[in-house]
Write a protein that binds this ligand. Structure first.
Ligand code: 13P
Length: 249
């Protein structure tokens, strides 16, 4: 049976005590959940949350990382530091990194390769802005983000890569892509991956949808053929909304 990958991106929310409280609730309430689960607290709470979820069925994720292993990079966090804490998955190329902090496909690609080299899993986020969608360049944008984000990534690494399709206009806006829209962009992502890596790898690729996922719309989204999970922002900040998303079936 298909196992969905349900991930929570806590963004720049939660002090350490708040993060510990939420992680403790999730650990208890999701103990019997069969899906693949991940939570990505802010950097400052990673260590404390790692202690809470140790030995549970929830993977620890980070929301970003620096492009180098070490060195004079004021303000950056290294892959080695994240591994040290127990991080297993890194979210890279999130639209907030691309659009608010100017991260290019080349920079994201450097990070993707570095994380994979260190045996971490990567969630590579892609997605178009409303303007790009309206101009009819959605497919060009997604193709570029996938192809350039994965330059130099060997096929043998693809099992450690998840793609998250997050239409920028649906993030934090309450507007969700319709399940049909999401499914068709996911199918397009799979076609691009098939061109790059062949159809077997594309078939097994996990593609999450992200953008205003809530308990009320999760079932309609997850039951689409090409949707294999969710990357949840706002609704991952409370157990009362994240638990029903993770336990949607
Ligand atoms: P929202 O669920 O708040 O729309 O955020 C989605 C997201 O950006 C997850 O990475």
């Amino acid at each position: 049976m298909k196992r969905y990958f349900i991930a929570g991106n806590w963004k720049m929310y939660k002090t350490i005590p708040e993060a510990v409280e939420l992680a403790s609730e999730l650990k208890k309430e999701l103990a019997d959940c069969k899906e693949k689960l991940m939570i990505a607290p802010p950097f400052t709470a990673l260590h404390s949350v790692a202690q809470v979820i140790k030995g549970s069925n929830i993977l620890l994720g980070a929301q970003n990382m620096g492009p180098e292993e070490s060195g004079a990079h004021t303000g950056e966090i290294s892959v080695l530091m994240l591994k040290d804490i127990g991080v297993r998955v890194i979210i890279l190329g999130h639209s907030e990194r691309r659009h608010t902090y100017g991260e290019s496909d080349a920079l994201i690609n450097t990070k993707v390769r570095l994380a994979l080299k260190h045996d971490l899993e990567v969630i590579l986020c892609v997605g178009e802005t409303l303007e790009e969608r309206e101009q009819g360049v959605l497919e060009n944008v997604i193709r570029r983000q996938l192809a350039e984000g994965l330059i130099g990534v060997d096929a043998s690494m693809l099992p450690n890569v998840t793609i998250a399709y997050e239409p920028v206009w649906a993030i934090g806006t309450g507007k969700t892509a319709t399940p049909e829209d999401a499914d068709s962009v996911h199918a397009f992502c799979r076609r691009v991956i098939a061109e790059l890596y062949g159809s077997d790898i594309a078939k097994n690729l996990v593609i999450q949808y992200g953008g205003s996922v809530k308990p009320e719309n999760v079932v309609a989204l997850m039951t689409k053929k090409n949707v294999d999970g969710a990357l949840v922002g706002g609704a991952s900040l409370k157990a009362e909304s994240f638990v029903p998303i993770a336990k949607f079936r």
